[in-house]
Design a protein around this ligand. Structure first.
Ligand code: ADP
Ligand code: MG
Length: 281
């Protein structure tokens, strides 16, 4: 350990050596970092306090920390520790080395077996969150990471909500997320069930994995929202009938008619056993 005043500039809290940039999102930059004593590699998410204050998201950062401590699961990125300096907050997290699921689909659509393997892990993580009263609210392939063994890890709880924060109507009211992945009832201002809204995003993700493109797309955001409201999308011809059926049940614009996790895990598409030798690459 370095005493803080003697530490080189790329050493954090005398404890971690910061390395290359791994990725960035709307609010944060994430770097490779190495714990100086153990030599263990971690992913260090760096959030600038000023930025967070400017957009009125200070409570969200506190929430991101408490939520990540609540959801320990094999398919959720683990938070090791949180540090802060005058201007920044640092999240030392489990390093996931295989990149974003986004980069994989950017290279082309996935075979149904491969998509199923990832989708099963996604649903396992999402269902676990919901059972703990946590709603992610920003599920998309950029926030799903892959390790070298093909395991999927959900990250970025920066927009998540907790069931403790439901209004007296039992619903969430903050419109947030990423337009192409957001459920119609989240765009509307009447409140929504966080679990049902997350499942819509899972439906968009499943479509993207199988199609290699988004179900609802338009250069004009209002036109895109209209398509989302109507559930106006078309499955490409290569979708199997079972996949088509499942995507349609997930992308039901009526949240009360949308398939729930307990029904989803019983569908033939979801349950189909993975081949013993599944090539993920
Ligand atoms: P933001 O809140 O700004 O969207 P994220 O938490 O999504 O920040 O992190 C931004 C990007 O950094 C991710 O999309 C991913 O590419 C990379 N990243 C985040 N967490 C990890 C991690 N644990 N291991 C490896 N890369 C990560
Ligand atoms: Mg993100």
């Amino acid at each position: 350990f370095f005493p803080p005043e003697a530490a080189p500039p790329n050493v954090l809290h005398g404890k971690y050596e910061l390395g290359r940039l791994l990725g960035h999102g709307t609010f944060a930059k994430v770097y490779h970092a190495r714990h100086l004593v153990t030599g263990k590699s971690v992913a260090m998410k760096v959030v600038t306090k000023e930025k967070v204050i400017k957009v009125g998201m200070t409570d969200q950062v506190t929430r991101e920390i408490s939520v990540m401590n609540m959801v320990r699961h094999p398919n959720i990125v683990e938070l090791h520790e949180v540090m802060a300096s005058k201007s920044k907050i640092y999240f030392a997290m489990e390093l996931v080395r295989g990149g974003e699921l986004f980069s994989k689909v950017a290279k082309g659509r996935l075979k149904e077996d491969v998509a199923r393997c990832y989708f099963q892990q996604l649903i396992s993580a999402v269902d676990f969150c919901h059972s703990r009263g946590v709603y992610h609210r920003d599920l998309k392939p950029e926030n799903l990471l892959l390790d070298e063994g093909g395991n999927l890890k959900v990250t970025d709880f920066g927009l998540s909500a907790l069931s403790d924060h439901l209004r007296h109507d039992g619903l969430l009211h903050t419109t947030c997320g990423t337009p192409a992945y957001v459920a119609p009832e989240v765009i509307g201002k009447k409140g929504y069930d966080g679990a049902k809204a997350d499942l819509w995003s899972c439906g968009v993700i499943l479509f993207v994995l199988l199609a290699g493109s988004l179900p609802f797309q338009d250069d004009n955001i209002v036109a895109m929202y209209k398509k989302i409201y109507r559930g106006d999308f078309t499955c490409p011809p290569w979708f199997s009938p079972e996949a088509r059926r499942l995507v349609t049940k997930l992308l039901d614009p009526n949240p009360n008619k949308r398939i729930t996790v307990s029904k989803l895990v019983e569908t033939s598409w979801f349950k189909k056993p993975l081949p013993r030798t599944l090539r993920l690459r």
